[in-house]
Structure formats: structure tokens, C-alpha cells
Design a binder for this molecule. Structure first.
Ligand SMILES: Cc1cc2nc3c(=O)[nH]c(=O)nc-3n(C[C@H](O)[C@H](O)[C@H](O)COP(=O)(O)OP(=O)(O)OC[C@H]3O[C@@H](n4cnc5c(N)ncnc54)[C@H](O)[C@@H]3O)c2cc1C
Length: 445
């Protein structure tokens, strides 16, 4: 048992983890429930099936954090990137792929690997011994989901994400916004100034409600909806319940004084809260939404102070099983309460095909090192892979943890470079140059 690595789930993460481990000489068993047990989104029994779009997003490794993640996975001999490159379709700067050929390619390569065995069937319980990676994704089967929740506590496993938009701090206009917690609550100055506030007068509020009501919204997929209303309503649904609902909910203006206009009482206030320890990202509190992405940027830029906001990610609500990784996982992605189990992929709280595959790649390599009696040095936070794993296993705020795409807001700043929109090109190039050098040194150890 101990010389075999078992992986539950042969999606983006599980397939990449298997490839990394098998190439390093481990015996690997992939336990995949499809085609015996399906999900509402998967259509085939192939490994690494893309359930929706056929895009791996930007392939620009100099100016884009996803493109950088592509680069890092290619440098590590990743199977997902090899097959994506092989089955690429024309799509401008994006890496789009022929989804069937891609998934068939991944499946064939893994099934043909002498160290890999694929066992079909659903795993329904958490293993007590042996080396395991759980990479069952956003649509983890119900029985296994319950077994995970029984181990972690129900509050630490979510079945829906409710993502409020996240804004780059440097793009917020602090001549209009200010830092203050309601009623200056908190013991320390940091706590008393924990929130960033954007004030609205009556006309601005009414125009904002009109825009929310008129915005294009995304519909839920069939089988996706159950239970989400219990948790948190989309902001536009709150607005539909009454024009004043938001002003008495997340946008209430009480307990706050605008230092830019101390004599004017705001009619409503939008609050943002720090989203990472670095303080480079802020989420808009209570603004989970089903508005389409284009509509979100138009509507949210109506908020005073956010006119030029740049979004690290936009809001959403989806069926998505994910752990509260900052509290449950150690820095090597192991479940603290059962360290024979690692988690990888979207269930760890990253979001997207590329991010999930990258977390599979890392989990596979960490498992190899552990099973060979070695300890790998931590992945530098300056790399895209390192920035993501650092975020999910500790950098993110545990209380408000929601799935995250890779973005430059997760990277430690490069000192001495110009901030703001104008300096962006040089800054991103500096981030990606630093990341590539650090990733290569990490791989070479
Ligand atoms: C409806 C929907 C649309 C999406 N659209 C996009 C998109 O357009 N772009 C994007 O980048 N991301 C999208 N995502 C997110 C995408 O699913 C993930 O980013 C990616 O597939 C996650 O990789 P993963 O390996 O973690 O999970 P998956 O790729 O889902 O793989 C998990 C695997 O585990 C298997 N499994 C589950 N439970 C068990 C069990 N108990 N036993 C054995 N096997 C099991 C599943 O069958 C599946 O093959 C979407 C997700 C959903 C649900």
C-alpha cells in the first residue's frame, strides 16, 4: 500500500498529479467514478474533461498570471499543458483547445503509462491509511462530500461558492473612499480601520439600484440551484426585493463618517474588506452576484471610488464543493487531521482548469517527495504556483475564504516599480521574470 499513490478523481488536477508521480517512478492508481457515476456537467468517461468553455485563457507568460502558470507547468513537464499545446485551436492570445481530442489525449497517455492504473468507480469514504490525493473537484460526489464534511466539520466544506468581486487596492480612488470600521469597532487601529468605505448620495444610490435591476444575469444550470438561498442572496435579488433593501443590508450607511466630507451624511455606503494578508486585494462585502461579467464591471464602476477599479476577479455563485483550506490544510496541502490525505484542484479553493491542474502538479510532486523520504523546500510565493498555494493554505482570510483565480494581486510586490495603470506593463514583466527564475530554481533542487 505505501509504495502506491492513490488519487481520487481523474479531472484536471488528478490527471496532472498522476502524471507527475508516475514519471517520478511511483505506482499510481486513479480512482475515477465516471462513466459509472456521472455529474450534471460532465458528458464523457474521459479523464480531464473540460466541463464548459474550451479555453485555458491567456497564454501570455510575460503580462498575464494565467499565462505564467502555463509557463510554469510546461517547465515542469506537465501533461495538461502538453496536451493543450498539441490540440490547440486558433484563438488570438488565448489558449483554446479541441476539448475531445485534449481529454482523449490525456486519457490515452495516462492509461498507457506503465506506472498508472485507472480504476473506475466512486470512492465514498475517507481512507485511513496509505498515500492519497483527493482531487474530486467542484462536483465531488455527494457521499464522499458528506464523508469529507464529517471529518472537517460541516462549516469547513462549502457546496456553493458565493463570490463577491475582488478589486486591486491600488485601483481604488482614496480621494473618495476612506478606511473605517463601523462605529470604529476594534481594539487596535488596524481593526478600527479594517474596512474601506465608498459613499453614495441619494441620486447615486437610485441610479445604482436601477442599473442592478436592469443588468444581464446568468441563469443557473439545471441541478445547480438547491440550497443556495439559505446562505447568501445575490445582490441583484436583494435589490429586487425592494429598493431600500440594500440600504438596510450590506450598504447601510450607519456608524461611519466620511473624512473627505465630515458634514455630509452618506445615503448608502459600499464596504470593501481586505482579501489577503498582503493588503493588495479587497472584496466588496455582500456583493455576491449572478450578473454577467460585462454588466458587473459597468455596474460596480458606478460606485464612487471604484470608477477606475480593476477587478482581480468578478463575482459569481456556482455549485462548487470546496474546503476552507486556510484552516484545514497545511502548507504541503495535507489535511491537518489526516495527513495521509492531500487535497488538490478546485476542491482546495482555487478556481479554473489551469489553477486546478497547477495544484494537481504541485500535490503530485509533494507526494513523491514525501514517499521518497525527502522534503521539498516551500514553493516561492513569487511564482504563480507558489502565490496560489500560499493564498489557499494561509494567505487568504479564512473567515471569508472563497475560490480564487491566479492574479498578480497574490504576488508579493516588486519593490521600486511605479504603481498604477501606467506602470503596469513593466510591473507585470518584473513579476513574471522573477517568477520564472524562482520557479526554475525550485524545480532544479
Ligand atoms: C458547471 C461548471 C462550469 C465550469 N466552467 C469552467 C470554465 O469554463 N473554465 C474553467 O476554467 N473552469 C470551469 N469550471 C471549473 C472547472 O470545473 C474546474 O476548474 C476544473 O475542472 C477543476 O479541476 P479538478 O480536477 O479540481 O476537478 P474536475 O475536473 O471536475 O475533476 C474531478 C473528477 O473527480 C471525479 N469524482 C468526483 N467525485 C468522485 C468520487 N467520489 N470518486 C471518484 N471520482 C470522483 C469527477 O468525475 C471528475 O472527473 C466549471 C465548473 C463547473 C461545475
Amino acid at each position: 500500500m505505501t509504495d502506491t499513490l492513490h488519487i481520487i478523481g481523474g479531472g484536471m488536477a488528478g490527471s496532472e498529479a498522476a502524471w507527475q508521480a508516475a514519471n517520478a517512478g511511483l505506482n499510481v492508481v486513479i480512482h475515477e467514478m465516471r462513466p459509472q457515476v456521472g455529474t450534471f456537467a460532465h458528458q464523457t468517461g474521459n479523464l480531464a474533461e473540460m466541463v464548459c468553455s474550451n479555453s485555458f485563457r491567456s497564454d501570455d507568460s510575460e503580462q498575464n498570471a494565467v499565462g505564467l502558470l502555463h509557463w510554469e507547468m510546461r517547465a515542469a513537464g506537465g501533461l495538461i499543458m502538453e496536451m493543450a499545446d498539441k490540440h490547440q485551436l486558433p484563438a488570438g492570445g488565448a489558449l483554446a483547445v479541441d476539448r475531445d481530442a485534449f481529454a482523449e489525449g490525456v486519457t490515452e497517455r495516462l492509461r498507457a503509462h506503465p506506472n498508472v492504473r485507472v480504476e473506475e468507480g466512486e470512492i465514498t469514504a475517507l481512507p485511513d491509511d496509505g498515500h492519497w490525493i483527493i482531487a474530486t473537484g467542484p462536483l465531488t460526489s455527494g457521499t464522499l462530500g458528506q464523508a469529507i464534511a464529517a471529518e472537517t466539520g460541516a462549516d469547513a466544506l462549502a457546496f456553493f461558492d458565493a463570490i463577491a468581486p475582488i478589486v486591486y487596492a491600488e485601483s481604488i480612488d482614496m480621494d473618495k473612499a476612506w478606511m473605517q470600521s463601523r462605529y470604529d469597532k476594534g481594539e487596535t487601529e488596524e481593526e478600527q480601520k479594517a474596512y474601506l468605505n465608498c459613499p453614495m448620495d441619494k441620486d447615486q444610490y437610485e441610479a445604482f439600484i436601477d442599473a442592478l435591476l436592469a443588468a444581464d444575469k446568468t441563469e443557473f444550470h439545471e441541478g445547480e440551484t438547491a440550497g443556495y438561498f439559505d446562505g447568501c442572496l445575490p445582490i441583484e435579488v436583494m435589490a429586487e426585493r425592494g429598493r431600500e433593501t440594500l440600504r438596510h443590508g450590506p450598504m447601510k450607511p450607519v456608524g461611519l463618517t466620511n473624512p473627505h466630507q465630515p458634514d455630509v451624511k452618506a445615503y448608502a455606503v459600499v464596504q470593501l474588506r481586505r482579501d489577503n494578508k498582503l493588503g493588495t486585494l479587497f472584496n466588496i462585502v455582500g456583493f455576491q452576484t449572478k450578473m454577467k461579467y460585462g454588466a458587473q464591471t459597468d455596474v460596480f464602476k458606478m460606485i464612487p471610488g471604484l470608477e477606475n477599479a480593476r477587478f482581480a476577479r468578478l463575482g459569481g455563485i456556482h455549485r462548487n464543493t470546496f474546503l476552507n483550506s486556510p484552516t484545514l490544510l497545511d502548507a504541503e496541502m495535507r489535511l491537518k487531521s489526516k495527513p495521509n490525505i492531500r487535497f488538490a484542484g478546485q476542491i482546495t479553493g482555487v478556481e479554473g482548469y489551469v489553477e486546478s491542474a497547477a495544484m494537481g502538479l504541485l500535490a503530485g510532486r509533494l507526494a513523491v517527495a514525501e514517499m521518497q523520504g525527502r522534503t521539498l523546500p516551500p514553493v516561492p510565493e513569487t511564482t504563480a504556483t507558489g502565490a496560489l498555494v500560499t493564498h489557499i493554505t494561509g494567505g487568504a482570510e479564512a473567515k471569508t475564504f472563497q475560490p480564487m483565480n491566479v492574479n498578480f494581486g497574490l504576488f508579493p510586490p516588486v519593490e521600486g516599480l511605479k504603481g498604477g495603470r501606467r506602470g503596469r506593463k513593466d510591473r507585470y514583466k518584473a513579476y513574471t521574470d522573477r517568477a520564472k527564475a524562482d520557479w526554475q530554481s525550485w524545480l532544479d533542487q
